[in-house]
Design a protein around this ligand. Structure first.
Ligand code: NAP
Length: 309
């Protein structure tokens, strides 16, 4: 089986290049080899490689910058996945694509006013440009008619790249006090878990290596949209506190004592793009496909912190 993997320099792409080993021949490309803002190049690369499976974690992920670059963000997140899916359909290939909790508006509540988790059947209603472009990508893939998995993840961090975990560890050494937003709820999700769980979905329950046709029929059987996050939920402020508590236990990150983390509201931290207040995603549909429980976000955080060199 030939697997075309995009975005190999990103958090999820980097981990996928490791997790997908053993499932087939991996052709991992970066922006210099396949620029998603160049739709002709996207087509040409897929026609040249002729993959059986396209795995696409590449995306325009600068949520605030997208507000001032909507066309570029739409080409990369909305149109390029559609081109990939059209080409996949022509080749009889399957596509695995990553999307986001930011397709939702974050206002889902029960009759008592408590936040509720979004399920895969809830209607998206993005409140920022990034979310609109990612939703357009989802729709383009669905419209292509190719066999696909769309995996909606959230608050991604890893031991590499640009993310909240590494930013907090840096700031924790520079400041004694940090103010962090405490009224947005979501599930921090480790890129290593995303990659390993993607490989599990491809492989399924079989221990034997699968060929391309077997993978295609398996993904056809389970195809569709999945919420794809670590279990449990928290706020950015509580996430930051957990990072410092775990980092202090590891003993090798903080030069002095843990910084004080003070809760603030979204209104006190103005940024260009609006964020949903409630990003909680139900994982019931995904859990039914997995042989072990989805780890809680703070379990995965400990594993990831242990991997930072
Ligand atoms: N990060 C999050 O918190 C988060 C939350 C929810 C959903 N997601 C989704 O999860 C997926 C993986 O995200 P991530 O955290 O791994 O993102 P990331 O670390 O920001 O990596 C993005 C990847 O996309 C590549 N890329 C950007 N523009 C490109 C272009 N024009 N052509 C080709 N490649 C391009 C980047 O390449 P360069 O290294 O060259 O820039 C990088 O490899 C994405 O679909 C994202 O929308 C992420």
């Amino acid at each position: 089986m030939k697997i075309l993997l995009t975005g190999k320099t990103g958090q999820v792409g980097y981990e996928l290049e490791r997790s997908l080993q053993g499932l087939g021949e991996i052709i991992a490309v970066d922006r210099s080899q396949m620029d998603l803002s160049n739709l002709d190049q996207v087509r040409d690369v897929i026609r040249a490689v002729k993959p059986n499976l396209i795995v696409n974690p590449a995306a325009y992920t600068a949520v605030d910058k997208a507000e001032s670059e909507p066309e570029l963000a739409m080409r990369i997140n909305g149109e390029a996945p559609g081109v990939m899916a059209e080409e996949a359909k022509k080749l009889g290939a399957t596509m695995i694509h990553y999307s986001t909790d930011y397709v939702f508006d974050g206002i889902k509540r029960d009759s008592h006013g408590e936040y509720q988790s979004y399920t895969e059947s809830d209607l998206p209603n993005p409140i920022n440009i990034y979310g609109k472009t990612k939703l357009a990508g989802e729709q383009a893939i669905k419209n292509s008619g190719c066999t696909h998995l769309i995996l909606r993840t959230s608050w991604v961090y890893s031991a590499h790249g640009k993310n909240f975990l590494l930013t907090m560890l840096r700031l924790g050494n520079e400041r004694t006090e940090l103010k962090v937003v405490d009224d947005q709820w979501g599930s921090p999700t480790w890129a290593g878990w995303i990659a390993d769980t993607t490989a599990q979905l491809i492989q399924g329950p079989s221990d034997a290596p699968l060929d391309a046709d077997e993978v295609n029929s398996r993904l056809l059987e389970i195809g569709g949209i999945y919420n794809f996050v670590n279990s449990g939920y928290t706020t950015w402020c509580r996430f930051a506190r957990q990072i410092f508590a775990d980092a202090a236990l590891e003993g090798r990150f903080l030069r002095t004592s843990e910084p004080k983390v003070l809760p603030i509201s979204t209104l006190e931290y103005p940024v260009p793009a609006a964020r949903p207040s409630n990003s909680r995603l139900s994982t019931t549909k995904l859990q039914a496909l997995l042989s072990s429980p989805i780890p809680n976000w703070n379990q995965s955080l400990k594993v990831c912190i242990g991997q930072i060199s």
